[in-house]
Design a protein. Structure first.
Length: 343
């Protein structure tokens, strides 16, 4: 018989062992996200696991994101591109889905959202029409082979960054990353995460996270926070200044992440999700990465619709245009108050 239990601190090592051993496990299923989400964003979490004969057979990382601006939803997992429940067998999967549905009634949310990397069986749940795709490709141990795997036009841009004399450094602090990232997302019309979020991620994940920063001379022009899981690298929060665009800094940055990850022994590069039809989607496609659809499933309260916080939604156009014109110090103060509700 499958039992579902709430995650306690003493259970975290067994939870993470299950995640590392499951072919469905991802970096975003790790138990550390629970404390990070609670501490930085003050969202209540409901992490639970399925258990049979004293062994974990499935995990459900779930958090309650409730704000006045963006509604009331249980998400598995907010601020993560993947993280829906995973299980070793169908019975455990059904038990976790039923547990989430029960929490929906208990918390009176409008929706429960499961974010799956691959296809999943969720009887009675609604799958979102295609919106996001993710980009993943194997890494070779040889730099030249990785370079040749990049399509010719994009490869030429990477080489331009090299010829411009750009160089990279690996760091474990959030200051430079925040300054570069904040400017980048403000220019895109997107609120920035608080600096303490990046600092907390680096501190909590230790050697499984770092920042690759691109320098033009001594000036940082691009930076990205990377995660490492099993033999994968996941560049996750990245951006560049206006100078990076002129100097091919962003292209050089992702090449350096590839090169450094291959030297570390990584065999898979996960470029992360992008919305279909956006510039970031086209950028990743230009690197020759195959696009893989993401499968997001929903259990909806009566009368509720699938949450739509997509910046391509026409109702956000005025907000995005105005945000791009904000002075950077103002955007850096207001952004964290807004972004906690985006999940």
């Amino acid at each position: 018989m499958v039992k579902v239990r709430a995650l306690a601190e003493k259970d975290e090592p067994a939870w993470d062992k299950f995640v590392h051993g499951s072919p469905l496990g991802t970096f975003f299923h790790l138990s550390a996200w629970r404390g990070l989400i609670e501490r930085v964003f003050r969202h209540r979490t409901y992490y639970a696991f399925a258990e049979q004969d004293g062994a974990i057979t499935g995990v459900l990382p779930l958090a309650h994101v409730r704000t006045r601006l963006f509604g009331n939803t249980l998400i598995s997992t907010p601020f993560c591109v993947y993280g829906g429940p995973i299980a070793a067998d169908a019975e455990s999967a059904r038990a976790l889905q039923a547990h989430a549905a029960g929490l929906m009634e208990q918390t009176r949310v409008s929706a429960v959202e499961f974010r799956y990397l691959g296809e999943a069986e969720c009887p009675g749940w609604i799958e979102r029409p295609p919106l996001y795709e993710t980009f993943r490709r194997p890494l070779d141990a040889d730099d030249e082979r990785n370079m040749k795997a990049i399509p010719r036009k994009q490869r030429a841009v990477v080489r331009k960054g090299i010829q411009n004399g750009l160089r990279s450094v690996v760091q474990h602090e959030a200051g430079t990353l925040f300054r570069v990232y904040a400017e980048s997302v403000r220019n895109l019309g997107t609120p920035v995460f608080p600096r303490r979020w990046f600092a907390a991620l680096l501190e909590r994940f230790g050697q499984n996270a770092d920042v690759v920063t691109v320098l033009d001379g001594e000036a940082p022009i691009a930076a990205v926070l990377n995660f490492y899981f099993r033999d994968e690298v996941l560049p996750y929060y990245g951006g560049g200044t206006e100078a990076a665009r002129r100097r091919a800094g962003n292209d050089f940055m992702y090449w350096e992440v590839m090169r450094l990850a291959a030297a570390r022994g990584c065999k898979m590069f996960d470029f992360g999700r992008s919305k279909i039809g956006t510039g970031s989607h086209a950028f990743k496609h230009n690197w020759g990465f195959p696009a893989m659809p993401l499968h997001y499933h929903y259990k909806l309260a009566r009368g509720a619709g699938i949450p739509d916080q997509n910046p391509l939604n026409p109702k956000y156009r005025i907000f995005i245009a105005a945000w791009r014109r904000l002075p950077l110090p103002v955007a850096n103060v207001l952004g964290p108050m807004i972004v906690r509700g985006l999940g």
